[in-house]
Design a protein. Sequence first.
Length: 288
Amino acid sequence: MLGFLLAFGTAISEALKDITSKHNLHHIDEYTAAFSMHLVQSLLLIPVVFYFGFESISTRYLWALLGCSLLQLMVILLYFKAIKRSEISVTLPLITLTPLFMLITSPIMVGEFPNALGLIGIVLIVVGTYISNLSEDPKKVFSPFVSLLKNQGARYMFGVAFIWSITANLDKIGVEETSPVFWAFTKDFTILMYLVPILLWKSKKPWLQIRNRKGPLFMVGFFRTTSVLAHMFALQLILVPYVVTIKRSSAVFIILYAFFFLNEKKNFRNRIIGISIILTGLFIIAIS
């Protein structure tokens, strides 16, 4: 039960991070957003690392760190591009496809596969995501696939969902080799180092952008930190596909927020139906 609660806490933190990021990206570029998020997270995790202590480093950990940090660098840039260029109620539900991809990647990488009930829950969440992106015109049954072809933000987020199905398993390896806190800090600090030259090359006056949005940017980093810590500790308690499936239910909160506060009301009926199916899938995973 604790693992489920931690994973659900991750979903709430992810939703808050995404909502705050969407507002920030009206004022700053995606490179500054990515850099500032990882900077705040690294600073917040430093005292936590000192409190829990440092870990010994293995070769398996170093390979996981290299692979995960490079893939996560790619993901975070695609992620911010996606939510900057498109409605969040269109792009963010696509991240719930990650558990579907993990039905392939998790057995190969960490030898984990859900039981029958867990598998049903994952499939329901994917189906709910599809319906939430479905047009209310019954003739447009393939509209979610058309969106992937025509909507640049949707294409970016589809790529994010696939890459996350790999990095989630690398997170599991990193946590097993060290600890949740140490792995979270070293991975995101490494990404921060990657982002420094990218920021200087691609961003215009990044320090001015950060100064003008320091409060909201801190909140993004804070929510990211709580999400990462809850995620890493949950990985120690329940299967990777379960953690990621529950985490991606953040799309439910995003759809509701977009409707009530961002005036993204298109296809809301289908999105509500999709949310109901997603919640059913979450319940089945919880009892599995």
